[in-house]
Design a binder for this molecule. Sequence first.
Ligand code: FEO
Length: 403
Amino acid sequence: MYCFRKVTDDLYWVGGSDRRLELFENIFPIPNGVSYNSYLLMDEKTVLFDTVDASIGRQFLENVEAVLGGRTLDYLVVNHMEPDHCSLIAELALRYPKMQIIGNAKTFPMIGQFYDMDLEDRKIIIKEGDTFSSGTHTLHFVMAPMVHWPEAMMTYDEADKVLFSADAFGTFGALGGTIFNDEIDFDRDWLDDARRYYTNIVGKYGVQVQNVLKKAAALDIRYICSLHGPVWRSNLDYIIGKYNIWSTYEPEVHGVMIAYASMYGNTENAANVLAVKLADAGVKNMVVHDISRTHVSQLISDSFKYSHLVLASPTYNGGVYPVMANYLDDMKALNVQNRTVAVLGNGTWAPMSAKLMEAKIGEMKNMTILTENFAMKSSLKDSQMEEMDVLAARLAKEILGNE
Ligand code: FEO
């Protein structure tokens, strides 16, 4: 049975949510599920903006058919060709044989890569600045390369001032009937998922996100219709502001994430000692993660969130403990930068992890490292407490001084 919602007088949300999927992209845990949004414009011509993931294909097709109400689908705009949005293109092409597909020069080669169907005579290739009229609506096309794939683009509907933003402004999380930002408490219930989505999916491409935000600033936008998560129809500055912070790699919160790896609890103890000293000094914006039990996507998200990072790890096989090494690799791959970092190392006979971690962090852009080979031998000792006190005082001063 169909299950859609009206966005404006003639625009409908026809997407759906998946609450069964464990791992988005087969990597990222999504305990709150994920939505795949698609929008259908019922103008003189009917225009669908993107399709959905195959997992919700049946619901989507029923929604589209119900909203069409016996009309045919004239156009499909493909803003993004990743399979979580393009999986139903072939099915739609079969169901609506006259449907034409609107995309840019990079869209169609990808359609050919994913599908063997001959869609050659159904292509409408547009470029930056082109317009398309569906009757009473004029659509403008805004290229958004690498937000999140090279072919990504956005479509702006001049009549109702709707920005179809592709992955941008999206978030993990299933939609439960309430699809508008003013029907939910986004800051309380969605922001962590939104940050984890942005930082892990698009975090690497801050420069490209900034380029698109500049283009968007020139548009009068009343609705943001992303491919994941709620439709924004109020308080747009809030989510645009978050994107601005994340894409410029500025910390969202003056505070500290302490992320430790620990085999037998000794490195964990050092992390706890530091955390207590920071709390005694008045630091409240603080989170402590055992990284063996925290998915790396959460560590990346908090690396974007907090101004200060403390990383603690034992030495393992002469290198850095594997989960910490993986996190450091991900930090570099996702362009984490502009943070102040302290490193605590441990090792029983040849403690190497502190030096190696500092070297890896040194490869990242604009990182300030507060420590210099703070290395424990098996466990934290009284002789190292003075150094720990100095570190805690410096961290607290910087964090509290900027709150
Ligand atoms: Fe939601 Fe880049 O796909």
